[in-house]
Design a protein around this ligand. Structure first.
Ligand code: CTP
Ligand code: MG
Length: 186
């Protein structure tokens, strides 16, 4: 596999994790996941920016897109296959869950630092979901992660993903802001 294929593949596998985030913004509702609870530091556990509707809608949408990707790869593009069912489909289920759990962890950390909902925190805002998606693979599907992101030249794909993620994040948030879906363009 040449370098272009490596980079395309690395990006392709992360799509279910990537799309979960903007989907959470679109599905985001009014039921905060922390039920308004504050911790002893006086700050919210997660804040009003993390809702059950956003979390569940984002996860289901990521799984839906992943399912379409799985079918496309199966029918036309074997090099983009997540793997045979059921294990390939299992990866697709994990990615959006990890992504939005990382997003929750990011908000939890921000609240503990006294950073209010919607205020930016560089690096964490851009990477929390990617860290979540990768971590869930490392923990539950280490072999898959190794064989798709670490072995040989595939590591260039991992570097590529890490390099483009802040730009993707920024672009998507500017779009969300322009559409009136986000209060701030980050
Ligand atoms: N959203 C949601 N539920 C989630 C994630 C996101 O409802 N689990 C929606 C919320 O409307 C949120 C918006 O998507 O305001 C943007 O998400 P994000 O930038 O992650 O949240 P912020 O509002 O910036 O809050 P935080 O400071 O906690 O990141
Ligand atoms: Mg934010």
């Amino acid at each position: 596999m040449g370098l272009p294929e490596v980079l395309i593949q690395a990006f392709w596998f992360m799509i279910p994790a990537y799309v979960a985030n903007p989907a959470a913004v679109i599905f985001g509702g009014s039921r905060p996941m922390d039920f308004g609870k504050k911790l002893s530091d006086g700050n919210r556990l997660l804040g009003d920016g993390k809702t059950w509707e956003g979390f569940s809608g984002g996860i289901l949408f990521g799984m839906f897109i992943g399912g379409i990707q799985w079918a496309i790869a199966y029918a036309f593009l074997p090099f983009l296959s997540f793997g045979q069912a059921p294990s390939g489909l299992f990866i697709i289920l994990l990615l959006p869950i990890g992504s939005l759990m990382g997003d929750l962890l990011g908000s939890f950390i921000k609240r503990r630092m006294g950073i209010r909902r919607g205020q930016s925190l560089l690096i964490l805002d851009q990477y929390d979901f990617l860290i979540g998606a990768m971590l869930i693979l490392v923990v539950i599907e280490w072999k898959w992660f190794l064989n798709h992101y670490l072995v040989g030249d595939l590591v260039y794909g991992l570097i590529f993903i890490i390099a483009i993620t802040p730009f993707l994040h920024r672009a998507v948030n500017v779009i969300g802001f322009k559409l009136g879906k986000k209060d701030v363009p980050w």
